[in-house]
Design a protein around this ligand. Structure first.
Ligand SMILES: Cc1ncc(COP(=O)(O)O)c(C=O)c1O
Length: 422
């Protein structure tokens, strides 16, 4: 690399990366993924890399289970149980005992289901709380649920929640928040927020898209009411992988699902005209599940075998902390601001940098083999999946970023032209 870096500082960073990677107990897990040579992949918070177990599982699902087993595979290969089986496997990463998590549909659909059912569990309360900085779909769905049920949505930032709960807590039916801000990577205190909402008599629904597979969540221990999340980010289940919903056992008997599909019926093959919900979390099923996608997600989850979420968290914090150190040293004076909290207790599994030319810089980086992404208007995001990212990757990414900006690559008009997906 020809960039004019202070040699001793760079040497020190490189030595640190090498020492940290050598001591990394999770280093071999990278072999559980298929990553193209020469690529530094820091977009696993958007689309996880391909787990090595997935292609074989999909081929088996297609050729043997579907091709040979045909319809008999619903029983023979237990396709029917897949949403619950995969749900339980996800639940293990979330501190959820079996029988509370169902895999299927998209996060957006599961948000609709969870918010509606939560509001029905708190009749007479008319307030839905959501984060003004939430991923847009969360706010859109809260608005729609409120319109359907005649409720009111209030967008309340996490810092303003205590005041809102003090003023109108007795009206709150449900609060839907995300522990990790999808733009800045800020981590909120799940335990404190859950307690505050529940103390006011409301229910807590967490959107775990940026937490599942990235950090310990402890749903049962925190007494969370409901949670949803996706399968395609840190779980690496593939593009459009099934999402999930967690319904705490104590709420299941009264959980009134808004989408009363036949898969959630107590006797689905009785084909009755009247809907009777299944007794447990099965009532959170809807229609025929996407079996091939579930098989891919199930295989992807084997990448977590033998790995504790505490270990994943420790490595993730080491990676993001080291990335921030690299940025402080190598990007100093080049127009970047680290917006992700430096306090490890307040940091999710990504680092976001602010720069006015974020979009073109992310594209310049991609041309150099470093894949991150951007969030409008000016954030570069670097997601860190501790299962396949190394400290060396962090240093490589920051060095390329320094070189790209120093050479003015982001001024290339071709890189400034927007693509459909950013
Ligand atoms: C916090 C959060 N919720 C929801 C979604 C997306 O929902 P869906 O999986 O339905 O597209 C995202 C996508 O990035 C997200 O970051």
């Amino acid at each position: 690399m020809t960039v004019s870096e202070s040699a001793p500082a760079l040497e020190e960073l490189a030595e640190r990366a090498s020492a940290l990677d050598t001591a990394d107990p999770l280093a071999t897990l990278r072999q559980r993924f298929v990553l193209p040579d020469g690529i530094v992949y820091l977009d696993g918070n958007s689309l996880g890399a391909l787990p090595a177990a997935v292609p074989g599982a999909l081929a088996d699902g297609v050729h043997r289970q579907w091709g040979v087993g045909l319809i008999g595979s619903w029983n023979e290969h237990q396709w029917w149980q897949a949403p619950l089986r995969v749900g339980d496997a996800i639940g293990r990463l979330l501190g959820a005992a079996p029988g509370q998590t169902v895999a299927g549909d998209s996060t957006t659909v599961q948000l609709f289901n969870g918010l509606t059912a939560a509001a029905r569990l708190r009749p007479g309360r008319r307030l839905l709380l959501t984060d003004p900085g939430h991923f847009p779909t969360d706010g859109y769905i809260a608005d729609s649920v409120a319109r359907l049920l005649g409720l009111e949505v209030r967008r309340v930032a996490v810092d303003d929640l205590p005041r809102c709960l003090a003023e109108r807590g007795d009206e709150v039916a449900v609060a839907g928040y995300s522990p990790v801000d999808y733009r800045t990577g800020e981590l909120h205190d799940m335990a404190a927020i859950t307690r505050a909402v529940q103390d006011a008599g409301g229910l807590m629904l967490w959107d775990l898209c940026h937490a599942t597979g990235a950090l310990p969540v402890r749903l049962d221990k925190l007494g969370v009411d409901l949670a949803v999340g996706c399968g395609y980010k840190f779980l690496s289940g593939g593009p459009g992988a099934p999402a999930f919903i967690y319904v705490a056992r104590r709420h299941q008997a009264a959980f009134d699902h808004p989408l009363t599909g036949w898969n959630g019926h107590a006797d689905p093959f009785g084909l009755n005209g009247d809907y009777t919900p299944a007794p447990g979390v099965e009532r959170a099923r809807i229609g025929t599940p996407p079996i091939l996608s579930l098989l891919a997600l199930e295989a992807a989850l084997t990448a977590f075998e033998g790995v504790g979420m505490e270990q994943v968290r420790a490595k993730s914090l080491s990676l993001t902390g080291y990335f921030i150190d690299c940025a402080d040293t190598l990007l100093n004076g080049l127009g970047f601001t680290v917006v992700t909290p430096r306090d490890p207790h307040r940091r999710g599994s990504q680092v976001a940098l602010r720069h006015p030319d974020a979009y073109a810089l992310v594209r310049a980086l991609a041309a150099r083999g470093v894949i991150g992404d951007m969030r409008t208007p000016d954030l570069l995001r670097f997601g860190v999946n501790a299962l396949y990212v190394s400290h060396r990757d962090m240093l490589t990414a920051v060095r390329h970023l320094r070189e790209a900006v120093t050479r003015g690559e982001h001024r290339d008009p071709r890189l400034r032209q927007r693509a459909t997906v950013t």
